[in-house]
Every structure is written in structure tokens, then in C-alpha cells.
Design a protein around this ligand. Structure first.
Ligand code: F6P
Length: 474
């Protein structure tokens, strides 16, 4: 039996299976995983996650009780749930990623979407089943009085379901996304909106990345549920239970990041990139190809910058790394195509025989991303809305001279704002102007701002972030 448990959709590792049935294990992707993998292992946490790939399903089926560590994999204590693919697809793609993600990131084109009909009701049933599978596994694995940390929008119902099974447990839920204001959250059918909020209120502690998202959650509880909210104490009372709301601004572990970024594979990517771009200045962006990351407007801003500043032609290169994400959703496939189209237009307009103004890469390559961070003169992070954005925090730690152009709608803006050049993510011309200011920023100002960024970015590394949440459950 375990005394500390962590639950998230994506786990710290994933498997691929070759044609001859051989399984290969690699590190899982995404901000949550990169933040928590190291710490969870150190603290002896049991991690419960879903099997995502075919390889994961094969690995789980061969592991006793779904415990990959018991099957001899060096994963840290890990149980993967073998959820039926149809249930998983509806819960993950239709509800979590196409509905809750869209609501919390304000992504709907409302004249056309969403539509909540019978199909959605079926998908919602699957989301309940998927959350129930996590609640069941956690109830089985948790020792008496254990502390359980449930992560993110995939698992909003799990806390209340788990509490119903195991009232002895101390439960936290943490949202890695923004939270929508009540008038937008209320796009959800009323019963679904209520179930999501009451699901999270099943926890003793509901954690958010910024005060802004925590405030929006409290506003939704008050408006939608009629819950009693005490903003000064950050407590929500609903149906006789009290849930505390906490703000924990996840940051990066500078030392660990540097240790990884100093490895030879990163150095050789740096050499290759240097060969490609010469001594030109670099504007870097690194994202999942994700609607909320606002990559197209970022490219349009670079285009406007080139149009307004011919003096930079031949002297600057934009490295845009947009690695694949959520390709089961048509919106994401179309978005990737728009990114590629826009990049092609910039190349057609500006490339010369000896200057490539933009290098767009849509393959995931972690060491190459670290190389780009180390070489950046400017880092562009312009999401429409983002829970935190760890790219904005990693870049200034690794680059000796980068200036940050940052969207005011990223959670990271709360801490990094004073040291970054802030932009309205919809304002393409404003972003173009900020790119120029970042390039011409005097060295003394650049160094001062970068120092401020680095210390804010490393203020709450994952170890401390996890400890703060565990303390909140003590
Ligand atoms: O922002 C929430 C989050 O869970 C991140 O931690 C992570 O980068 C991303 O979403 C993962 O998305 P997915 O698991 O769908 O690739």
C-alpha cells in the first residue's frame, strides 16, 4: 500500500512496439511529465496513468496488476490503466481535449461550435467511466490516510469519485490549464458544468498555477453551484464540505535542465544549427502544434517585422519548432497545415540564395530544442491563453542572452512580466514591434532582464511545487 499517489492521463514513460513485438520505452512528453518525472521517482510516489499507445497496452497486459515496476521496468513505481480504446478516445479526445481544453483556453469559434447533443452525452458517459477507472485504481493502491494528487482537466471527476470510495484519503486536484470565466464556462451543459466543479470540490485542496485561474474557478463555483466562496481565506464551501484553493506557480529545476542541456547530443545539435544559420541573430519559438499556442499569429508577426525592417534581412533567422500534438483531432491537423502554409509564404516572399529567413521544424526532438534555447537571442512565447508555459521559463535559464517576448495571457506572465516584453497575443503588429525591440535591446538591459527572468523561472522548481502540495494536504 502506498502513502503518496499521483494520477495523470499521461505517464512518465511510453512504449513503442516493433513489428516483431519488441517493446522500447521512452520518456513521456509534455509540460506536466517533464516537470514531475524526476521528483516523483525521488519521493517514492506511486504514479497512476493511462496506457496511451499500442506499446503501452502491450506492456501493461504483461505486467502483474498493471504495475510496470513489478514487471521489471525502471519506471519508478508506476501503474498504467488499460482502458478500453473506445472509452479512452471519447474521454481524451472528445471531452478532455475538444471540450474542457477548448472551454478553459477560450478556443471556440462560437457561431459554429460547440454542439452538445446526444453524441456528447455518450462521450460524457465515457469520461465518467475513464475518471472512475482512475478512482478505482487509486482506491485499491492507497494506504489508509494516504495523500493523493490528481492532475489536470482529464481527471476532474476523480476526486469526488475517490472520496466516495475512500473518505479516509487526503486528496488534491491540480489544474495545469487556465480556468475559464463563468460566462464562458457556462457554455457547457448545466449538468456537466456542475459535475466538473463538484468533481474537483471532492478534493481537500484545489491547486492552480496562478491567482487569475484560481479566481476564475472560485467565480465559477459561486455562479454555477451557488457555493460559498471566501476569497480572503481561499476556501469554497459546498454541501457542507470545505475545499481550500491554492496557487502553486510551477517553475523549472535550473540545475537539472542545465545538466541535460550540456550533454553531447545537445552540443552537436548546436554545432549543426550554427552551421545552418551562421552568425545571424536567432528568434526562437518551441511549442506543441497547439491551437492555443498561437503559432500562426507569431509567424505573421515575424513577417510584419521583416516587412517593416529591411535592415534585418539576411541578419536574422526565426527557428520555429512546432512538434506534433493531438493529431487525432481534425482541428489540430488543419492547424499544422496552416502553420506550414504560413511558413512557406514567408519563405517565398523573403528567402534569397544565401539567406533562409525561417526554419520551421515539425518533428519532436528534445535535444535540438535545448540547443535552440541555448542559442536564442529572442524567445517568442505568444499563446492565446496558457496555464503557465514552461518554455518561457526554460529559455531564459539556458540562453545566456535571450530577451523574452511574452503573451500577457500566459500564466507565466504573472511572474515573468516585469522582465519580459509583454504583448497582446492577438496584436500581430504589436508582436512584430516587440520582436524588433527585443533584437535591438541594449546589452546591459538584456542582461538585467535575463537575470530577473531566470530567478523568477526557478523560484518554485518541481521538487518544491510537489512539497507545497503535499504540505497543503498535511
Ligand atoms: O497544459 C496541460 C497539459 O497536461 C500539459 O502538462 C501538457 O504539456 C499537455 O497538456 C499535454 O497534452 P497531451 O497529453 O494531450 O499531449
Amino acid at each position: 500500500m502506498n502513502s503518496i499517489l499521483l494520477a495523470s492521463n499521461r505517464g512518465p514513460v511510453s512504449f513503442t512496439v516493433s513489428e516483431d513485438g519488441v517493446l522500447t520505452m521512452k520518456r513521456g512528453g509534455g509540460g506536466l511529465v517533464s516537470g514531475l518525472s524526476g521528483v516523483a521517482k525521488d519521493q517514492g510516489v506511486l504514479w497512476v496513468c493511462a496506457a496511451l499507445s499500442d506499446g503501452d497496452h502491450s506492456a501493461v497486459r504483461q505486467a502483474p496488476g498493471g504495475r510496470l515496476d513489478h514487471a521489471g521496468y525502471k519506471t519508478g513505481a508506476l501503474r498504467m490503466l488499460d482502458i478500453a480504446p473506445a472509452v479512452f478516445h471519447r474521454a481524451y479526445n472528445s471531452v478532455a481535449n475538444s471540450t474542457l481544453w477548448f472551454v478553459n483556453h477560450l478556443l471556440y469559434d462560437t457561431p459554429n461550435a460547440p454542439h452538445f447533443g446526444t453524441r456528447f452525452q455518450r462521450d460524457w458517459e465515457s469520461y465518467r467511466d475513464y475518471n472512475g477507472a482512475f478512482a478505482l485504481a487509486l482506491a485499491e493502491e492507497a494506504g489508509h490516510g494516504a495523500r493523493v494528487m490528481v492532475q489536470d482537466y482529464h481527471l476532474t471527476l476523480t476526486p469526488a469519485m475517490l472520496r466516495a470510495e475512500r473518505p479516509d484519503l487526503r486528496i488534491a486536484h491540480f489544474s495545469h490549464t487556465p480556468w475559464a470565466p463563468p460566462e464562458y464556462f457556462s457554455l457547457l451543459p448545466d449538468d456537466v458544468a456542475g459535475e466538473v466543479l463538484e468533481g474537483i470540490l471532492g478534493a481537500d485542496h484545489a491547486g492552480f498555477l496562478t491567482h487569475r485561474w484560481a479566481g476564475a474557478f472560485m467565480d465559477c463555483c459561486e455562479t454555477v453551484l451557488g457555493a460559498r466562496v471566501n476569497r480572503a481565506d481561499r476556501t469554497i464551501t459546498h454541501e457542507g464540505r470545505v475545499t481550500r484553493v491554492g496557487v502553486h506557480a510551477l517553475g523549472v529545476d535550473g540545475k537539472a535542465l542545465w545538466a541535460r542541456a550540456a550533454e553531447p547530443d545537445v552540443e552537436s545539435h548546436m554545432a549543426a544549427l550554427r552551421e545552418q544559420v551562421g552568425e545571424r541573430r536567432l528568434i526562437v519559438r518551441i511549442d506543441r502544434t497547439e491551437l492555443s499556442k498561437n503559432i500562426v499569429r507569431g509567424l505573421l508577426a515575424y513577417r510584419e517585422f521583416l516587412a517593416a525592417h529591411p535592415e534585418w534581412h539576411g541578419r536574422v533567422v526565426h527557428l520555429a519548432f512546432a512538434y506534433p500534438s493531438r493529431h487525432d483531432l481534425p482541428e489540430y491537423r488543419e492547424y499544422t497545415a496552416s502553420v506550414q502554409r504560413c511558413a512557406q509564404e514567408i519563405e517565398d516572399e523573403y528567402a534569397t540564395e544565401d539567406w533562409v529567413p525561417l526554419i520551421l521544424n515539425v518533428e519532436d526532438d528534445y535535444p535540438r530544442s535545448l540547443a535552440a534555447y541555448r542559442m536564442a537571442d529572442v524567445l517568442l512565447v505568444n499563446p492565446i491563453r496558457d496555464g503557465m508555459n514552461l518554455v518561457a521559463k526554460e529559455g531564459p535559464v539556458l540562453s545566456p542572452r535571450c530577451a523574452l517576448v511574452l503573451s500577457r495571457e500566459a500564466g507565466a506572465a504573472a511572474e515573468l512580466g516585469p522582465h519580459a516584453l509583454m504583448v497582446n497575443p492577438y496584436d500581430v503588429s504589436g508582436t512584430a514591434g516587440a520582436l524588433h525591440r527585443a533584437l535591438v535591446m541594449p546589452e546591459e538591459e538584456r542582461a538585467r532582464r535575463r537575470e530577473g527572468l531566470e530567478s523568477a523561472a526557478t523560484a518554485l522548481p518541481p521538487q518544491k511545487w510537489l512539497a507545497a502540495q503535499l504540505d497543503a494536504l498535511a
